[in-house]
Write a protein that binds this ligand. Structure first.
Ligand SMILES: NC(=O)C1=CN([C@@H]2O[C@H](COP(=O)(O)OP(=O)(O)OC[C@H]3O[C@@H](n4cnc5c(N)ncnc54)[C@H](OP(=O)(O)O)[C@@H]3O)[C@@H](O)[C@H]2O)C=CC1
Ligand SMILES: CC(C)(CO)C(=O)C(=O)O
Length: 328
């Protein structure tokens, strides 16, 4: 399969290396020293005691890479304008674009079943409707990630969750189409788990519980995910979690996500600095809109009180704005 991974950083580097190693014709859109290193030495993934090196075509100009069977965007939600501006040369007549990311995606309101309330205004996730114009809903596929990765030096990605390396993919209206089936088979053959899903929004909200109620606290405390093992922080995470569950439920997504499993004593905390904290520390634009503010827009449209999450929101926004990494 001809696959372009657009934004092959921590997550995309992991997926691109595995997909290339499995025999697909993989190209990547990357930039800066990371791009130079990929061109010089290939893309390297270190996972457990394995080291996989893949030679992939790499460019910062999608026009160099040509039409694809599928494009997988692993850009930050805050960086998706790159897709809007430059994706066109990667698109053949039927090329789908998977938006693999954390948080509420820009297309969430499209394909929403009638049994669920209308989504709130999410236009800040796609300013000016640029993604809609450049990609369109027909090509759009959702992608939900569970995998912990860091770019440890240009061209080299370390995966610290070798047993959890998942990419759920789904149509916005949850139809089980041949293109979803084929994509899942391709991912699975490359060692990326891709369970079938009949409700991609369930997976979006389920993953969001980790980022909205846990990564945000790591950001505030500038600590890895292990902070949730501290009793007082753990109580705060549980309060945030209860509010977030209520937001999802009010929007028709009833999650099977018990606080005991997510924040209970049996939980094993990987020593991972969540990507939103990595961005803050690295001075990169932060996914505040998709991970914090959009979910709270759902709370407001449902008339819910969310005092804990409101406090978390105000601190996260203030931190991000203080470094110019987000603008309200
Ligand atoms: N990292 C993790 O462990 C996890 C991340 N996620 C989610 O996955 C998504 C991707 O995150 P992650 O992989 O960490 O992000 P990264 O920043 O590591 O990867 C994105 C890559 O895209 C590059 N890029 C951005 N804009 C362009 C452009 N215009 N042209 C070429 N390259 C570009 C970035 O380059 P540059 O560095 O120069 O900006 C970077 O290398 C996010 O939604 C994140 O929340 C989900 C689970 C875990
Ligand atoms: C949940 C977590 C922390 C790891 O998968 C993540 O999504 C991130 O780093 O953004």
């Amino acid at each position: 399969m001809r696959i372009c991974v657009f934004g092959a950083g921590a997550i995309g580097g992991n997926y691109a290396t595995r997909l290339a190693d499995a025999g697909n014709e993989v190209s990547v859109v990357a930039r800066g020293p990371h791009l130079e290193a990929i061109r010089a030495n290939g893309l390297t993934l270190i996972t457990g005691d394995r080291k996989i090196v893949a030679r992939v075509k790499a460019s910062d100009r999608p026009a160099d890479l040509g039409p694809q069977d599928v494009v997988i965007s692993t850009l930050k939600a805050s960086g998706l304008s790159a897709i809007a501006d430059t994706v066109a040369p990667l698109l053949g007549p039927g090329t789908p674009v998977v938006f693999a990311q954390n948080g509420i995606p820009w297309w969430y309101g499209h394909g929403l079943g009638k049994e669920r309330p209308k989504a709130p205004d999410l236009s800040r996730l796609d300013p000016g409707g640029a993604l809609l114009k450049a990609v369109g809903f027909d090509r759009t596929l959702g992608g939900v990630i569970t995998s912990s990765n860091h770019v440890i030096e240009p061209g080299v990605v370390r995966n610290i969750s070798p047993d959890r390396n998942v990419l759920w993919v789904g149509e916005p209206d949850d139809r089980q189409t041949p293109r979803i089936q084929k994509l899942r088979e391709t991912l699975i053959a490359a060692g990326i788990s891709s369970p079938s899903t009949t409700d991609i929004r369930y997976d979006i909200w389920h993953k969001l519980m980790a980022n909205f109620t846990g990564s945000t606290l790591c950001l505030i405390l500038r600590q890895p995910t292990t902070i949730q093992a501290t009793p007082m922080v753990n109580r705060l995470a549980r309060r945030a979690h209860a509010e977030a569950l209520a937001i999802a439920a009010a929007n028709g997504v009833v999650l099977d996500d018990s606080p005991e499993v997510r924040y209970g004593p049996k939980r094993v905390y990987p020593d991972h600095r969540p990507s939103i904290l990595q961005d803050y520390e690295g001075g990169r634009p932060m996914e505040i809109e998709a991970i914090v503010r959009a979910p709270l827009a759902f709370a407001r449209s449902a008339g819910l009180d969310t005092p804990t999450l409101d406090a978390i929101e105000s601190i996260c926004v203030s931190l991000a704005e203080s470094k110019n990494l987000y603008r309200s």
